[in-house]
Structures are given as C-alpha cells and as structure tokens.
Write a protein of this length. Structure first.
Length: 186
C-alpha cells in the first residue's frame, strides 16, 4: 500500500483493471487472480523490492559445488541474500525503482524473483501467501479510495528485525467506494 500511495498512477491502473475484470457488483475472488495481470505485477514488484525476509533459510551443500565462481566444500552452510539479488543492477534495470510494468515487458522474469526461495527447498506456503496478498490487496483497492495523509512521500525506511518491517508505520486515509454497498450487507 505504501508504494501504491507513492505511485498513484499505479493504484489507478490497478483499480481500473479490477473494475474491468471483476466489476463493481461483487468482491474479488481467488478465481479472478489469474486474470488480474497488473495486480500480479504489483505483487511481484513489491516482493522483489521487499521480500518477506532478506535472507532465505540457510542451505547446506550436500556435495562440492561452485556458487558465483567460488568453490564451496561439502557441508558448508549457504545463506542467500534475496534482498541484494532483487536489487542487483546487473539483473534489474533501475533496480531500486518501483515499476510493476517490468513484468509485462519481459525484464521482470518471474524466475529472478525469489522472495520465498526456489526449487525443492522453497517455502511450501508461498502459493497460499501470494493468494492471500492478492486477495487482500485486491479487496483494499476495489473497496476503498486511498490517499496519503499529506503530500510528503511515504517513508520506506526499513526498521530492525528478521523481516525488516517499515521503520514508520503507514498512515493513510480511505473512503469507501460504492461497491461496498454491493458486497457488505448489514
């Protein structure tokens, strides 16, 4: 939400996609997620810039191997810094900018985004997590008009901790859209 509030044109485009695909008569459903390509781009770009944890779970080399040109002996514990990989300017053009469109033009190869790990050691809950993020973000965009509290850009400074939370919590204003009357009954 912080990035969307700092980039209102992205928020507007996501809302237009939701209104076009889902409509304003019902709430977003899991079956809609595959049709909401721009929403998925926003989520992928957010996970690229802000992975759930900056370091993936440690792995142990089961055999001698090479990683990044280095010889790694068997039984060595390896830590993967997904935060650094996702911001590597050799892999990503304008690597620190929030650009969901990069996943439309092919630069944002989904195989380069690994917020939950990759392969057989990937987080088993990644699919569930991505669905929940998609449904939650989709519902927030679909049901509310969002604005920043003031004109100052929202501070994205990362705080301390395993998951690198925001140093300053998000404060935003929202106003219910008319779709609320269709999806919530009192």
């Amino acid at each position: 939400m912080s990035k969307l509030l700092n980039h209102p044109e992205v928020l507007k485009k996501a809302r237009a996609e939701l209104d076009g695909v889902v409509g304003e008569e019902r709430l977003i459903e899991e079956a809609d997620l595959g049709k909401l390509h721009y929403l998925q781009n926003i989520i992928s770009e957010t996970f690229r810039l802000y992975p759930p944890t900056p370091l993936l779970l440690p792995h142990m080399a089961s055999d001698v191997c090479k990683v990044g040109g280095y010889n790694v002996p068997r039984d060595t514990i390896l830590l993967v810094n997904s935060w650094a990989i996702h911001r590597d300017p050799m892999l990503w053009a304008d690597s620190t900018s929030f650009k969901p469109e990069r996943f439309d033009n092919g630069e944002g190869d989904i195989q380069k985004v690994m917020p939950f790990g990759m392969g057989r050691r990937a987080c088993p809950g990644s699919g569930l997590g991505q669905r929940f993020v998609g449904l939650t973000l989709g519902a927030l965009i679909q049901c509310f008009e969002w604005e920043k509290v003031d004109e100052i850009e929202i501070d994205m400074t990362e705080g301390k901790g395993l998951t690198m939370p925001k140093a300053h919590p998000l404060e935003a204003m929202c106003k219910a859209r008319h779709i609320i009357n269709n999806v919530i009954t009192i």
